[in-house]
Write a protein that binds this ligand. Structure first.
Ligand code: SAM
Length: 281
């Protein structure tokens, strides 16, 4: 096998999701760098992988990087795995990948399970654009601030959340986005108690507080982006619209700016009507 660092995705619950290539790479590399060697032991034993493993996370001291570097420099190969899913996605590995690339070693991805992508694929929310936020801050104030900063985002938002914080998190989301905003909770994906639930945020909050089982296990929360029609007008777009409306009837000005901005004609027309109304007052 080629020398280099192999970034290997592993199952997020169901071992049946382990790829054939992941098994072969883990069996054939010289060393496995694992987020938690004890945790990965179950998976390695299940697939009869006997490759030596060492602990690696982004706060590991330089000795860990040095050991990996020596292996690569000697023409060897190292696999990076995290506890579950794709390394580096809310998991360790960033420092190691940068180090390997900057040192001139090859870095190979082995794609596979990722909770965010699995959840998005069954969410029923728009998937053409999405924003992965990972874990929100644990403290209430910091979490509310982060959510407030995301309230006008038009793309689907994806969050990882701990089960003991799910209720508080949903409450903060209701405050930031409004209770009507559509959201999806994907819990225990690929496991026995897999639950995918879509509904307005208030409904999801009721569902979670009414059933303690929904506050257990691993959870991905997704929130629909702000509907386009509700987007605040960008200052430049508003300026252009008002200037054009001095030359053209409101409907035509709205149509031209709709072509230019991709916003809805009706929203632009309504904006003009209310702006003219305010000017007249
Ligand atoms: N690197 C992983 C990945 O690719 O998905 C994510 C690691 S992150 C430390 C762990 C978080 O991912 C959990 O707290 C949960 O939010 C989400 N997660 C992982 N496995 C999951 C599962 N089976 N079902 C739902 N969410 C899961």
């Amino acid at each position: 096998m080629n020398s280099g660092l192999y970034v290997v995705a592993t199952p997020i619950g169901n071992f049946g999701d382990m790829s054939q290539r992941a098994i072969e790479v883990l069996q054939n590399v010289d060393l496995i760098a694992a987020e938690d060697t004890r945790h990965s032991q179950r998976l390695l034993q299940f697939f009869a992988i006997e490759t030596p493993a060492m602990a690696y996370h982004d706060h590991s001291d330089d000795r860990a990087l040095h050991r990996i570097g020596q292996c690569l420099a000697g023409g060897g190969s190292v696999a990076l795995v995290s506890d579950a899913g794709t390394p580096l996605i809310s998991d360790p590995g960033y420092r190691l990948v940068r180090y390997a690339q900057d040192s001139g070693f090859a870095v190979y991805p082995l794609p596979g399970p990722c909770a965010a992508i699995a959840a998005l694929s069954v969410s029923g929310l728009p998937t053409d654009r999405f924003l992965f936020e990972g874990f929100l801050p644990a403290r209430d104030g910091a979490r509310s601030n982060r959510l407030a900063a995301l309230a006008a985002e038009a793309t689907t938002l994806i969050f990882y959340e701990a089960p003991h914080r799910i209720e508080a998190c949903l409450q903060s989301m209701i405050e930031a986005f409004g209770g009507d905003r559509e959201a999806v909770m994907a819990r225990e994906i690929t496991k026995t108690f897999e639950t995918i639930r879509r509904g307005p945020l208030v409904e999801l909050a009721e569902f979670v507080s009414g059933d303690s089982n929904q506050r257990k296990g691993e959870i991905v929360l997704m929130v629909a982006g702000k509907p386009r029609g509700e987007q605040a007008l960008d200052a430049d777009v508003a300026k252009l619209l008002l200037r054009l409306s001095q030359e053209l009837p409101a409907k035509q000005a709205a149509a031209v700016v709709a072509d230019y901005s991709g916003l809805r004609k009706k929203q632009l027309y309504d904006y003009l009507v209310s702006a003219k109304h305010q000017l007249a007052e």
